[in-house]
Design a protein around this ligand. Structure first.
Ligand SMILES: NC(=O)c1ccc[n+]([C@@H]2O[C@H](COP(=O)([O-])OP(=O)(O)OC[C@H]3O[C@@H](n4cnc5c(N)ncnc54)[C@H](O)[C@@H]3O)[C@@H](O)[C@H]2O)c1
Ligand SMILES: O=P(O)(O)OC[C@H](O)CO
Length: 329
């Protein structure tokens, strides 16, 4: 597998393109913005979404035909834009080409996971999932990172791992796509909750409790949707939950911190050109949890805050006054 396409040139698409180049691949990138494509093709990196990171020259364009003939596609567009992008990508994709889903979210309109969106829009593509604790800036700087690469076919999984992996970017194979997707989507909503706890200065004990009980929510939903419980204990579940809930480098966590400090969601989001995936995933998760009959009180509290149904104090009081119960998942 020599030629890799990257759909989406935000911070993560850029970091993954840099990784694939370092792994020895030819890399082609589709960027929404022509100026981003021009900068990437000129070897100037990505001044809009990942400034200050060197990226050896890649072929980039804002015309999606650049991805035709690629042997694998890394999809790194925000979850709410994936369907529209895949509809366009379908015209350029050869049958059977693996599409490695690297974004972390659930489609709000349909409650679809990204693999569902691939099946619906590009039925001849082979979906796989890349998810785990990995800040784009860390990966682009070559700092050590490990992620889950979930793919139903182990041989294809090995091929994809060889294509993009290297010593500082270590993929681990799993056959559990649903577990990998749910882990990545839910941790973003929990990171907003952790940020709120941090912004309210409720202390590290509350922070740890939230991570543990959030992990139980993530696991409950994933298992109800057909995932293996052990997947959630891995990089794409607990690993990413710990990273994202522990650092304001996370957009989701820093967004939650701002809410906890009394700022309005719309004002914080208006200041950003980057995506805060948990904002759209929170309402989707609340609906999914109801559909699957699982309790996700922390994620629901985040949704209620974002929907203006409760303020942060009311949401926190409601969570703290839930009945005492058995600790299990
Ligand atoms: N940044 C990270 O550290 C990181 C790490 C792992 C996973 N991810 C995931 O990767 C995905 C992309 O995040 P990011 O950080 O690379 O993005 P970003 O926040 O850096 O940039 C936003 C991206 O959204 C794109 N975009 C905006 N409107 C669009 C539209 N209508 N159609 C298509 N694309 C559109 C922009 O072109 C840009 O590429 C998210 O799901 C995120 O959760 C990010
Ligand atoms: O900045 P965030 O919150 O989107 O998190 C980035 C990555 O998903 C961390 O693994």
């Amino acid at each position: 597998m020599q030629t890799i396409g990257v759909l989406g040139a935000g911070a993560w698409g850029t970091a993954l393109a840099a990784t694939a180049v370092k792994a020895g691949r030819n890399v082609r990138v589709w960027a929404l913005e022509a100026e981003v494509a021009e900068a990437l093709s000129a070897g100037k990196g990505n001044p809009v979404y990942l400034p200050g990171i060197e990226l050896p020259r890649v072929q980039a364009s804002s015309d999606m035909s650049i991805l035709a003939d690629c042997e694998a596609i890394l999809s790194v567009v925000p979850a709410q834009h994936a369907r529209a992008c895949f509809n366009e990508l379908a015209e350029h994709l050869s049958p059977g080409v693996p599409v490695l889903l690297c974004s972390k979210g659930i489609e709000k309109k349909t409650l679809s996971l990204m693999t569902d969106v691939v099946h619906e829009t590009m039925p001849k593509a082979t979906p796989a999932v890349l998810s785990g604790p990995s800040f784009a800036a860390d990966v682009a700087r070559g700092l050590p990172t490990a992620v889950t690469l979930a793919c139903a076919d182990e041989k294809l999984g090995q091929t994809l791992m060889q294509a993009i992996g290297r010593s500082a970017f270590r993929p681990y194979w799993s056959n559990d796509l649903i577990g990998a997707e749910i882990g990545g989507a839910v941790k973003n909503v929990l990171a907003i909750a952790c940020g709120i706890v941090e912004g309210l200065e409720l202390g590290k004990s509350a922070h740890a409790a939230l991570i543990s009980r959030g992990f139980a929510e993530m696991t409950r939903l994933a298992v109800a949707m057909g995932a293996q419980q052990q997947t959630l204990a891995g990089l794409c579940g607990l690993g990413d939950l710990v990273l994202t809930c522990s650092s304001p480098q996370s957009r989701n966590m820093s967004f939650g911190m701002a809410l906890g400090q009394g700022r309005l969601a719309k004002d914080v989001l208006a200041e950003r050109n980057s995506v805060t995936e948990g904002v759209a995933t929170a309402p989707a998760l609340t609906e999914l949890a109801a559909r699957e009959g699982v309790a996700m009180p922390i994620c629901q509290a985040v949704h209620e805050i974002l929907a203006g149904q409760k303020n942060v104090d009311e949401a926190m009081t409601a969570l703290l006054n839930r009945p005492f119960k058995h600790e299990g998942f």
